[in-house]
Every structure is written in C-alpha cells, then in structure tokens.
Design a protein around this ligand. Structure first.
Ligand code: UDP
Ligand code: MG
Length: 314
C-alpha cells in the first residue's frame, strides 16, 4: 500500500471496441466518480481496433485530460488481449479493469479501493442479476461455472466478472505470464492472493449491442475451461475405463449364463451378442489408449504454457 505522505496511484484499464455512442458518457461518469478523491490516477483506454468513431472520441478525451493514456491496437484482437495490453501499460499501486460500455457501475470504484486498502489483493465484481440479458447467456454462464466446479476447478465464485481490482504485486506477477490463449480473469484467479468480492447489478447497455457474439462467448468459455482444467482431455480415458469395465461384466455374464450353467435363464445369447461384447471391449481399450496420450499432451501443454511454478507472496 502507498506510503501515507504520497497518495497512491490508481490505474484504470478500459478495453473498448466500437463504443462511440456511449464512450463520452462513460468517461464523464468516470471523471465525476474519480473527482474528490485524493488518489493519483492513470486512465488507460485500449482501443481494440474499433472501426467507428471511437478512435477520434478517445483522442479528444485524451487531449482534454492529462490522466488519460491511449493505446490503439492495430486491429481487433478481442477483449482479453486488449485488457492484457492495458494491464501491461498500468503502473498503479492498484489497477481496476472496467468495461467501457457503462455496464459496470463506476460508482463502485471507491468501494473496490476501500476493500483493497483493507488488505485484499484481488477484489472481484460479482454480477448478481442482469437486467435484460438473454436467457441463453445467463443459463450459459451458470452452466459454465457449475461445470467448472464439477471438473475440479474450485474457488471460482459464479458470476465473477472482469470488473475487478488487483494490487500491484498481483499485476507484476500477471505481467510475467506468457501464454497466448488467455482469459484474463482465469489467469488472475489462478494467481491466487487474498480475494474479496463485491456484488453488483450490471447496468443495461445504453448504446449498441454486446459485441461478444454467441460464437465468441462459446470460444471464451472453451478457452477458460481448457486453461483451467484438463478434464476435457482426460474424458475419453475415463470413458474407456468405464466401457472396458462394462464389457468385462457383460462377458462374465455371458460365459457363466450360457456356457457354465447352460442357459438357465433362457437368454439365448447369440454369437452376435458375443461379438458386440468384444467390440465394446476393443473400443474401451482404444479410449484408454487415448486417455494415456492425453496425459502426455496435458504435460506438454503445461510446459508450453510456461506458467511460474509458484508465486511468493511475502
Ligand atoms: N471489447 C473489446 N474487444 C472486443 C469486444 C469487446 O475491447 O473484441 C470491449 C467492449 O468495448 C466493452 C467490453 O470489452 O468495453 C465488454 O464487451 P461487451 O459489452 O461486448 O461484452 P459483455 O458486456 O457481454 O461482457
Ligand atoms: Mg457489456
């Protein structure tokens, strides 16, 4: 935390993609909220290759406000990359990531800061209800979080969003991560540290539509999954074990019933049935083989991700 003689520096990272209509409004609200606090401020807008008026509006905002730093990506790389670019440029004692579409309430920023001053290294905004968000999107996100838990990724509160604050220590660890297929919040979750949560209700979008298409969301969910859990890789292995076991049971049944006891139940097990059992057995063996491969692939994947082995807090 900042020394008491010098006010701390708060960085705010805002990824934006084609937000021309709401941006001026957003910045005004942010400015109003930040006023009256003694903190030093750094506001980083990352223009994620917008092809509307956004760049011009951002330039105007930056020209009239010396706290604002503007990064322009050469094309649309996606929110995760844009956020990462902003985080890499942040130098604050604490950094807040917030959407530029007005959905994350700027009024909560002081509350995030308070929790951080109380000692939380990561303060996570948790979306409790979302007015006017499609049923599919809500159900999808619930499914995502519950399956993460089923697949053995603990400690992720359902509804966690990108709206979060991280301490400069967490930021400096984040900057060391090199993997390319990334989901920013999953990486921050992975980093650990003391967390605190703030519930919020997302504002409806004032302008435009969410630029995250269904396809992008599915990709994001998959990415989050794959980077946090190896369960999808191991799935066929487990299935193989199960199927092989099944074929064992079936063949024991067949042998005992037909050949040893002479078909007392009158099941009349045919050669085709025996063949079926053998196929089941072979499929099981094949899937187990895939599962074994998956174990090695998973190892290669972790090596390639090149995450630090551990993170020292103190
Ligand atoms: N965004 C971005 N690049 C993209 C898509 C979105 O930087 O390719 C920004 C967008 O401008 C907004 C934030 O990321 O500030 C959240 O995007 P959106 O509102 O589309 O997503 P949702 O609210 O559904 O999470
Ligand atoms: Mg949004």
């Amino acid at each position: 935390m900042a020394a008491s003689d010098k006010p701390f520096l708060l960085s705010i990272v805002i990824p934006v993609f084609n937000e021309s209509e709401g941006l001026a409004h957003f910045h005004a609200a942010l400015d109003r909220e930040l006023k009256g606090h003694g903190w030093r401020q750094q506001i980083i807008y990352v223009d994620d290759g917008s092809n509307d008026e956004t760049p011009a509006i951002l330039k105007k905002i930056a020209a009239g406000d010396e706290r604002v730093k503007l990064l322009s990506l050469s094309r649309n790389f996606g929110k995760e990359q844009a956020t990462t670019a902003g985080l890499h440029a942040a130098v604050g004692d604490a950094v807040i990531i917030i959407d530029g579409d007005g959905q994350h309430p700027v009024e909560l920023i002081p509350k995030f800061v308070q929790r951080w001053q109380k000692g939380a290294h990561v303060v996570i905004g948790v979306r409790t209800a979302n007015q006017k968000e499609g049923f599919i999107k809500r159900a999808g996100s619930r499914l995502f979080y519950s399956s993460l838990r089923v697949f053995g990724v603990p400690n992720i509160v359902p509804g966690s969003t990108d709206f979060r604050l991280i301490d400069k220590q967490v930021l400096s660890e984040f900057k060391k991560l090199t993997e390319r297929n990334r989901v920013t919040r999953a990486l921050i979750d992975w980093l650990g540290y003391e967390r605190d949560y703030i519930d919020f209700v997302a504002n409806p979008r004032r302008h435009g539509t969410a630029t995250y298409s269904f396809k992008k969301l599915v990709r994001l969910a998959l990415n989050g999954f794959v980077s946090l859990s190896f369960m999808p890789l191991y799935l066929s292995g487990y299935m193989g074990v199960f199927i092989t076991f099944l074929s064992f049971i079936a063949s024991i049944f067949a042998i005992v019933e037909k050949y040893l006891l002479g078909d007392p139940l009158g099941w009349n097990i045919t050669g085709t049935a025996i063949l079926g059992i053998m196929i089941l057995f072979l499929v099981g063996i094949l899937l187990i083989g895939q599962g074994l491969l998956a174990i090695y692939v998973a190892r290669i994947y972790t090596e390639v991700q090149n995450r630090p082995l551990y993170i020292i807090k103190d």
